[in-house]
Write a protein that binds this ligand. Structure first.
Ligand code: DC
Length: 219
């Protein structure tokens, strides 16, 4: 039997990394919904459209193909955009477009379609509360803002992306605030989600912990 697994939590809590490893372990597909909001923001910013112009952005989304490939690469209208969508500007842009109700409706519908046949690990902010309310396993993955900023900083340095820890910390805190205080589908723990604090855990420890929760569910 295959189930769906929802992983929600604040930015840079390690959701995508954990989901990727877990997907390998369980032979499930990983769907990074944040990448979809990032693709929309990237396209809208490049087109010079105001990030709050909801009708125009909806029009753009209707003519946009976003593909989340099994190897983790992201394609926007046929072009690979893995790195382009990870800049600070696009991160904040994604948080801004994700406030728009109609934008969420469009992307949520696509996400629900992708998870129809089960065997999906989906990570985001509203997966357990909105997108996959009936997911069999729901995880709320957290870590302190300091731990998250430091992880992202190290990741950037490894990738050769310029990175200033203080700026990253501020950006992460600003996005946390915005994502959890917006009107539509704010980031919040679903009542039936299990909270995992990864501040002092390694990736392997978090993956094992969630793996145990999944195995328990499948028994
Ligand atoms: O997970 P991420 O950092 O790549 O997400 C980028 C932004 O997209 C995040 O600041 C909030 C938004 N987002 C959302 O509102 N709902 C989701 N399911 C996923 C991301």
């Amino acid at each position: 039997m295959k189930i769906n697994i929802a992983i929600d939590g604040p930015s840079a809590a390690g959701k995508s990394t954990i989901a990727k490893y877990l997907a390998k372990e369980l032979n499930y597909s990983h769907l990074d919904t944040g990448a979809m909001y990032r693709c929309v923001a990237y396209k809208v910013l490049n087109m010079g459209i105001c990030i709050e112009d909801e009708p125009k952005i909806i029009e753009v989304i209707k003519n946009t193909v976003i593909e989340l490939k099994p190897d983790g690469s992201i394609y926007l209208d046929g072009k690979q955009v893995n790195d382009e969508i990870r800049t600070n500007e696009v991160s904040m842009g994604a948080s801004n477009v994700s406030k728009l109700e109609k934008v969420r409706e469009e992307l949520v519908a696509r996400q629900q379609e992708m998870a129809k046949s089960k065997g999906v690990i989906m990570d985001g902010r509203d997966i357990g509360t909105v997108v996959l309310k009936d997911a069999e396993v729901k995880i709320f993955l957290t870590a302190s803002a300091e731990a998250r900023a430091l992880r992202r900083h190290k990741e950037n340095i490894e990738k050769g992306i310029p990175s200033i820890l203080e700026e990253l910390t501020k950006e992460i805190e600003a996005r946390d605030y915005q994502d959890s205080h917006r009107e539509h589908s704010p980031l919040k723990k679903a009542d039936d989600a299990i909270e995992v604090d990864s501040s002092n855990l390694t990736i392997a420890e978090v993956v094992n912990k969630i793996d145990e929760i999944v195995k328990q569910k499948l028994k």
